[in-house]
Design a protein around this ligand. Sequence first.
Ligand SMILES: CSC[C@@H](O)[C@@H](O)C(=O)COP(=O)(O)O
Length: 346
Amino acid sequence: MLNTPIRSVQWSGTHITLLDQRLLPAKTEFLSLTSIKDVWDAIFKLKVRGAPAIGIAAAYGLALWTQQTTLTNFNDFKSELVKQGAYLESSRPTAVNLFWAVKRILSVVEPVSSVETAKEAILAEAQLIEKEDEDVCRSIGEYAITLFHDEDTLLTHCNAGGIATARYGTALAPFYIAKERGMNLKAYASETRPVLQGARLTAWELQQLGVDVTLITDNMVAHTIKSKGVTAVIVGADRIAANGDTANKIGTYGLALIAKSLGIPFYVAAPLSTIDLDTLSGGEIEIEERHPDEVRTLNGQAITTPDMKVFNPAFDVTPSELITGIITEKGIIQGDYQPKLAKLFL
Ligand SMILES: CSC[C@@H](O)[C@@H](O)C(=O)COP(=O)(O)O
């Protein structure tokens, strides 16, 4: 049993050690990322995925670049660092944690005046981002658990677990806390076509944790909620707009509509680093569209003609009015999201 969850992104002194999430659950393999290009590629290809983990990988990616650069002039170093940050930001558009982490790393260079000091400050900040995410996820779990009772059955979508963060996850954090407290939370995981994060990652992660987890395909959600006594839906987020509209894995919006129709609560669990007050509403969030082959194939096997026309958005936006509560490290907010989200940052 994997009671201490695997760390999906770690700094290893000279490189980044990264769990290759594409291979799970068949193989638990770690990659050594030795250049910023490796980090871009890892984010783009979903070797690392999940909003907070992408942010941590990006922060370490910039730390890696700073350790390797031969630039000695501080102004040249600073302007190249900005370019490297923009390069990493071009890997995936939707999860705001990527942009948040790059911004945070760039900001530590402001008060310093030499390349050597900047290198140290950047690595320390990347390590702090990882450490803080662990604490934040634990806190999300502690707030989340107050919403549930022993023997409740929660349905979750995609993977917002320990491997998508520094530790504990966001939507899966209450399962870790429940285990510690001897409380029995049961789970249904929807498989999450086309990349199957629910089947490959969430079902595996909860099974490792010893949670009673059952896998369903995405089209079984309404029937399962109705027939199996699911008490709540809990998901993570990739970007929460200022008004509470939430971008998360494709399928989340449909889940929220089903939850509302069947009268069960729909919760979003996310850290403040996923809340983007500069994005006023969900309509402003850029939705990543991925390669059509993800839909044309299933586990590497073609399921359509090779030229089948495909629409493959990786995320959708759930309007805030369908969200029962947003669980953050600073507490749970319910309704009236605009002022309440803004207040979290004061
Ligand atoms: C704590 S992870 C929250 C979200 O990032 C997660 O729910 C999600 O949508 C991940 O999408 P992915 O495409 O796998 O990166």
